[in-house]
Design a protein around this ligand. Structure first.
Ligand SMILES: O=C(CO)[C@@H](O)[C@H](O)COP(=O)(O)O
Ligand SMILES: [Fe+2]
Length: 225
């Protein structure tokens, strides 16, 4: 299980220290939720905040996992790549020329991800799957942290895993499957069994004791099905 805490749920008044707690506790990636107030109803933050976390990411060798919930993401790909993104994920619903966008992400030297909203069927990704490094299954409607997990998402992950088992990507044998929204130690085991690889968690990591929260995910991982 790759655990990617979403810093959207961190205390912005002590963002670096709070993110460091998660990394020190064993988190693998830092998930960066960028919201523009158009594609989603909320505005979060952009490149400058990511730059503020760059020294921490470099020092701890922690990849930035950038989730762009913005319209016309192509306009900003270069900025996020320069700010240190390892993975850049765009939304299928925001990209009329998705294949071109994926190519642009790769040309910048980043891994390319595509996210699908809860109402978007997986078939929308069928023709680009072979070009993707990661598929993000949204398990809430994007725009806010702290929402409840939509139960059908586990089955969506399972169906995606079946779809991708034969797919090839440039580096690995298949794209990673990431799940995002309402993810917690309570649903992590079922998501693992369904085939998820990367677990984004905001509230479940940053609310309360961060080290204990990360440990709870690791315990869920160890549980047998
Ligand atoms: O992309 C999003 C929301 O749009 C997520 O990454 C949330 O930030 C996850 O927060 P929790 O649901 O885990 O609190
Ligand atoms: Fe996200």
């Amino acid at each position: 299980m790759t655990l990617a805490p979403s810093v959207l749920a961190a205390d912005f008044g002590r963002l670096e220290a709070h993110a460091r707690e998660a990394i020190d506790a064993g988190a693998d990636w830092l998930h960066i939720d960028v919201m523009d107030g158009h594609f989603v109803p909320n505005i979060s933050f952009g490149v400058p905040v990511m730059r503020g976390l760059r020294a921490l990411a470099d020092e701890t060798d922690t990849p930035f996992d950038v989730h762009l919930m913005i319209e016309e993401p192509d306009r900003y790909l270069e900025d996020f790549a320069e700010a240190g993104a390892s993975v850049i994920t765009v939304h299928q619903e925001a990209c009329p020329h998705l294949h071109r966008t994926v190519q642009a992400i790769h040309a910048l030297g980043c891994r390319a991800g595509v996210a699908v909203n809860p109402a978007t069927p997986l078939v929308m990704l069928e023709d680009v799957l072979g070009d993707l490094d990661l598929v993000l299954v949204m398990s809430v409607n994007p725009g806010f942290g702290g929402q409840s997990f939509i139960p059908g998402s586990t089955d969506k992950v399972r169906r995606l895993r079946q779809m991708t088992s034969g797919a090839q990507t440039a580096g690995a044998g298949r794209p990673l499957i990431e799940v995002d929204g309402g993810v917690s130690p309570d649903n992590a085991r079922a998501l693992l069994d369904a085939g998820a690889d990367v677990f984004v968690a905001g509230s479940a990591v940053f609310r309360g004791d961060v080290a204990e929260n990360v440990a709870a995910f690791r315990r869920a991982e160890m549980r047998t099905a």
